[in-house]
Structure formats: C-alpha cells, structure tokens
Design a binder for this molecule. Structure first.
Ligand SMILES: [Zn+2]
Length: 145
C-alpha cells in the first residue's frame, strides 16, 4: 500500500525533494509559475500541504482529486482483531481532529464568502457542505469517545 505522501507526490508535477521528508512542487490549485506548494511528511506519516500563494488545503486537495483522509496514514489494525470486541480505540489525536475541523471550517467560510459575494452554490458545493457537517459530527463523536 502506498503511503499518503507517495500518493500525494504521484499526483504532483515533478515534485522536488528539498530535504528529507520535504518537497516542493507547482501548486495544482492555481496558475503556479514557481513551485509554491510545500509538501511535508510528519514523523507519524501524515502529510502537510502548504501553498505559499494562499490556496487552502481543501483547494489543493480538490485539484489533486484527494480527500482530507488521504493525508492520514491508514489506521492501525489491532493484532488479533476479530476475536472478542475490543474497547474502541481512538482514531485521531486531538491535534488531528482539530486540524480536520480547521479544514472543514475553512470550507464553510469559503462557501459563506461565495454566498456573500452574491453567487449561488453549485450542487457539488452543497454536497461538500453536507459532507463537512457530517465530518464535524464524526469528529465530535470521536473526541467524546
Ligand atoms: Zn496554490
């Protein structure tokens, strides 16, 4: 199985490794002439994306055809799973949950800006907003667990 960072890098145009675990590439979310996108792999296998021209993570992911979940390594399966039902394990750290929440909040804010500017939301935008609210609900349950 490919790691999250390999998956992201495979979709970028000629990413260049700047140092170990850190790459730069042309940002797919805007007309990028210089490599504005920084890609970093954290010690625990997550991928951090940052566009120095100001694209949001959600915009970059959209341009790559990826989802937020694609930035996180697959959950570890407990060895011997399938026997007695185990105590539920937490899927995310609080920090990861907040990071995801932040991305969903950005999406909501950008939809609000679209509406405030007098534009209508597309069906896709509406679907994505519903997904955002569902995700926030998942995060809430996750943190409560
Ligand atoms: Zn960008």
């Amino acid at each position: 199985m490919t790691s999250p960072v390999d998956n992201v890098l495979s979709r970028l145009e000629r990413p260049r490794e700047r140092q170990r675990g850190q790459w730069s590439a042309r940002c797919p979310a805007h007309d990028d002439r210089s490599p504005s996108l920084s890609v970093r792999e954290t010690d625990d296998g997550r991928v951090l994306l940052h566009c120095y021209s100001g694209c949001s993570t959600a915009q970059v992911l959209g341009a790559l055809g990826l989802d937020l979940a694609d930035l996180f390594p697959p959950r570890e399966r407990a060895p011997g799973a399938g026997a007695a039902p185990e105590r539920r394990r937490r899927l995310l750290t609080a920090g990861q949950a907040l990071e995801l929440l932040d991305a969903e909040a950005l999406l909501v804010a950008s939809s609000a800006a679209t509406l405030a500017a007098g534009h209508a939301l597309t069906d896709d935008d509406r679907d994505r907003l519903l997904t955002a609210s569902a995700r926030v609900a998942v995060l809430r349950d996750e943190v409560r667990a």
